[in-house]
Ligand binder design. Structure first.
Ligand code: CU
Length: 437
């Protein structure tokens, strides 16, 4: 039997993630749990080194406590319920009551001690994606540590060597556990709070789920045909807008833990990629962009000056990813005359409605009855009508006079007179056909 004394003598040699002994268990910090999917206002640190906190889109930051120079956190892997948008809830797996799990925020040079309690029905392990740490803290179940069995608590200890944006996710039954929603952000702020300082700093993870209409649990064996494309496990119109003040320097950090790449696109501004999960990009290596591809297992931090007031779309540019639940096997009916067919089908299926003869835009206005627990493929209403979006879409709201630290939705943008595309009442002239000689 390992005595307490023996345990202490050897503890300095323990460089790997370790099972927490009964003696230690008594001193594990309380695990905070969140039951809301709203965006929480950033928390400025009450202890430890100062930093500018991030805003986790539809998420929150995990509280910590200081103990003998260590910043202690407590993650709990467990089944959770997450509302994707009003009308649809997923039965998922996550951390501390939500998926994604809470954002961990700390500062370069901090020594962190992270307790992980496993309340899942199977074993897990937590990998700290992008972090420079002792190999035994890397969280690869079976390779660098024993798996964390249900009911067990493990502890990870490491020093934060560099600032940047990192992620945490299981490295145990990975396909299932990530398809179920297990992931979170790990932000390491620079030791010098003025380094890379911005006025507003948003962060979220991209996750994809395949949940059949009327069901609650994702199909975990799906490889590419997902039907819920999410920012922080929320879909449009339930992803909160990113509210900034005109003139703000803004950073948006996007991590991708899905099975495909996502070209993230911002309207009305040009940005530069200033960070990856490998670290900050040197100024001389940046170039202007309006879309940046975030590949699988990557993080991209983009930065821009919010110098144009308005409601600017911010979305994945894969058009199927700005849709909610949809069938991909539906034939295209554009240009087809389905009137005879419709009459015949109506004889056997009352209320049958043909769709898509002129495109699919009218679907967003149909308000057809849906099965329980699903969302319309296209939805959302803006000041000018139906938005015909879903999935990975939100709005960057740039407003003059938005107070520092105020993230409240200011409502729709009031366009200055004469600056909105308008209907032309005159009959257009006959088109002139050009003939090649
Ligand atoms: Cu996408």
């Amino acid at each position: 039997m390992v005595s307490r004394r023996h345990f202490l003598q050897n503890s300095s040699l323990m460089l790997g993630a370790a099972l927490v002994s009964k003696v230690e268990a008594a001193s594990i910090p309380e695990a905070a749990v969140m039951d809301s999917s709203r965006t929480h206002t950033p928390i400025f640190p009450a202890s430890g080194r100062p930093y500018q906190p991030v805003v986790t889109l539809n998420g929150w930051t995990l509280p910590w406590r200081m103990k003998n120079g260590w910043k202690e956190f407590h993650l709990v892997s467990e089944p959770v319920e997450r509302e994707f948008a009003a009308g649809m809830v997923g039965h998922l797996w996550g951390y501390n009551g939500q998926t994604p799990g809470p954002t961990i925020e700390a500062v370069e040079g901090d020594k962190v001690r992270i307790f992980v309690t496993n309340k899942l029905p199977e074993h897990t392990a937590v990998h700290w994606h992008g972090m420079l740490l002792p190999c035994g803290m890397d969280g690869v179940g079976g390779l660098t540590q024993p798996q964390i069995k249900p009911g067990q608590t493990f502890v990870y200890e490491f020093e934060l060597k560099k600032s940047g944006t990192f992620m945490y996710h299981p490295h145990a039954d990975e396909m299932v556990q990530m398809a179920m929603g297990m992931m979170g952000l790990f932000i390491v702020h620079p030791k010098n709070p003025r380094f890379m300082a911005v006025d507003r700093d948003f962060a979220f993870l991209i996750a994809a789920y395949d949940i059949d209409p009327g069901t609650y649990t994702p199909r975990v064996n799906t490889m590419t045909e997902f039907n819920m494309w999410t920012f922080n496990s929320r879909v449009f119109p339930a992803i909160d807008p990113m509210v900034v003040a005109l003139g703000d320097k803004v950073r948006i950090r996007v991590g991708n833990l899905t099975m495909t790449n996502h070209p993230i696109h911002l309207h009305g501004h040009t940005f530069e990629v200033t960070g990856t999960d490998g670290g900050w990009v040197p100024k001389t290596a940046r170039w202007p962009e309006v879309t940046t591809d975030v590949a699988v297992g990557q993080m991209r931090a983009i930065e821009f000056h919010a110098d144009a007031a308005g409601d600017w779309a911010f979305h994945c540019h894969k058009s199927h990813h700005t849709m909610n639940a949809m069938g991909h096997a539906v034939p295209t009916l554009i240009g087809a005359n389905t009137r005879d067919l419709t009459a015949k089908i109506k004889q056997v299926a009352q209320g049958y409605m043909p769709m898509g003869e002129t495109g699919m835009a009218d679907m967003s206005d149909m308000n057809m009855p849906l099965p329980a627990n699903t969302l319309p493929m296209m939805t959302g209403t803006g000041p000018f009508g139906s938005l015909e979006m879903g999935g990975m879409f939100t709005v960057l709201k740039v407003r003059a006079g938005q107070a520092a630290g105020n993230y409240q939705d200011p409502g729709w943008y009031q366009h200055p007179k004469g600056t909105v595309a308008r209907l032309v009442e005159d009959e257009p002239a006959e088109p002139v056909h050009r003939h090649e000689k």
